[in-house]
Design a protein around this ligand. Sequence first.
Ligand code: ZN
Length: 252
Amino acid sequence: MHKKIRLLIELQECDLRINDVEREKKEIPKKIDLLSKKIEEAKERLKSDIAELNTLKKKRREVEIEIEDIEEKIRKSNEKLTSIKTNKEYRAALKEIDELEEQRSQLEDRLLEIMEAIDIAEKRHKEIEKDIEREEKEIEEEKKKVLAKEKILDSEIEKLKEERKKLCEKIKQIDGSLLQKYDFLRMRKGGIAISPVIKGVCQTCHLGIPPQKFNELIKGDTLMTCPHCMRIIYWGDDERYQDQEDIKTGKA
Ligand SMILES: [Zn+2]
């Protein structure tokens, strides 16, 4: 009997490990998605930065055109000066030129401000570009690592399934229906088909089993189930179930 139980315990451990590895593998596409999203976000940041820079450049062009217009006006006003007859007209024309020159000077100040802002924005843009380039490299590296991990998990699952197959064959040789019972319970009982009972308490459902049943369990002559959760039970303190290595080396 104890050999059956030991094989079942080992099969249970193998199945739990398969579950763990498969769960970890399921996380990988999510991780890849998250990393891809990070790259997209970085690119978006770069786009909005370029848009800001373009707005500044457009403003610069607008001010430049305004300055050109005023210069044209100043030129025309200066031309007019030569054909003016009266002092009064002459003074008025000079005043107009003064005003235009004042406007031009204000626009030139504005142009300088914009050019400075463009300078700052271009420097920042280059820094952001560098940052994003570095970030992209890091993300690509991370992706590679995640994909490499996926391969490792795949081979781990393969190994565990191979191990499972061997265990199942061993169990089938001893008791054909035991494996069916185990799988039936595993499917319906949250992946746990076999549970130790320690000090009269089932360690999976945490309910006590009657003393007489517990005594029977300690004797270990028959295959027993928990009266509450229906899982296969064994006496958890039994030394024969402590060292699982024995099964693998064939001593059991
Ligand atoms: Zn139980």
